[in-house]
Design a protein around this ligand. Structure first.
Ligand SMILES: [Zn+2]
Length: 241
């Protein structure tokens, strides 16, 4: 039986969660939180790399971030299924891993799998807390936030990931079949994600949100509703001045 986690980064495809919130996951792992990764598909429809290769890469990437668990579901890359069977399978993983904090895809994005994954995850996180649904012990995560992928949104908060930026890039380097790595010869088919421009864009976006949040590198997140703050004094240095 897999141990439980405190934090779960969920992606439609292997590398999504690392790209969207790898710095934040590394930060939480460094602070002693038990971090897990869950990939809803095996990435088999990607232009580059095989599902087996992407599994190995995902395991190396999770290691780099300091995660204690990496799991895969098989909901169909390129046509992510969101029916009752998939909802049940995801609910079962949530009840077994019992994360308090969940990061997942945003409601809308360029790749339709991301929006579908958002809805499926949001629904499963809620249903997972219903005592009378299924036979496993219920568990509802304390919070579910969306990380940013292709399309932008007005973030609810930005996490300062300056101290773990290099860790995030090392985790992304583990995806050898997917992402450009400076200094490495690349003979694979050209894709948007595998281009040097994409890597620069990852850094550019993090620098942009870092600037807004008052740090060198930032990862933006979206909350479904307003965030409750116990002590507003803690917000005085959040980059607004
Ligand atoms: Zn994706």
């Amino acid at each position: 039986m897999t141990a439980t986690v405190d934090v779960l980064g969920v992606g439609a495809h292997p590398d999504d969660a690392e790209l969207g919130c790898g710095g934040t996951l590394a930060l939480l792992a460094r602070a002693g939180r038990r971090v897990g990764l869950l990939h809803l598909t095996r990435g088999e429809a990607g232009t580059r790399g095989t599902a087996e290769q992407r599994r190995r890469e995902a395991e190396c990437s999770a290691d780099a971030l300091g995660a204690v668990a990496v799991e895969f579901l098989d909901f169909g890359d390129g046509s992510l299924r969101t029916g009752p069977e998939e909802e049940e399978a995801l609910l079962s993983v949530l009840r077994r891993l019992r994360p308090e904090l969940v990061f997942g895809p945003a409601p809308f994005d360029r790749h339709p799998d991301h929006g579908r994954a958002h809805r499926l995850l949001a629904d499963a996180c809620f249903y997972s807390g219903l005592a009378r649904r299924g036979s496993e012990a219920p568990h509802r995560p304390g919070a579910v936030f969306s990380y940013m992928q292709h399309d932008g949104f007005e973030p609810s908060f930005v996490v300062d990931v300056t101290s773990t930026w290099e860790v995030k890039m090392a985790a992304l380097d583990a995806y050898e079949s997917q992402l450009h790595r400076p200094g490495r010869a690349d003979e694979g088919p050209r894709t948007k994600v595998a281009s040097p421009e994409f890597r620069r864009a990852i850094e550019g976006r993090a620098r942009h949100y870092g600037l807004l949040g008052g740090s060198a590198f930032g990862e933006p997140f979206l909350a479904r509703g307003p965030l409750a703050v116990a002590d507003p004094w803690g917000l005085r240095n959040t980059g607004l001045r």
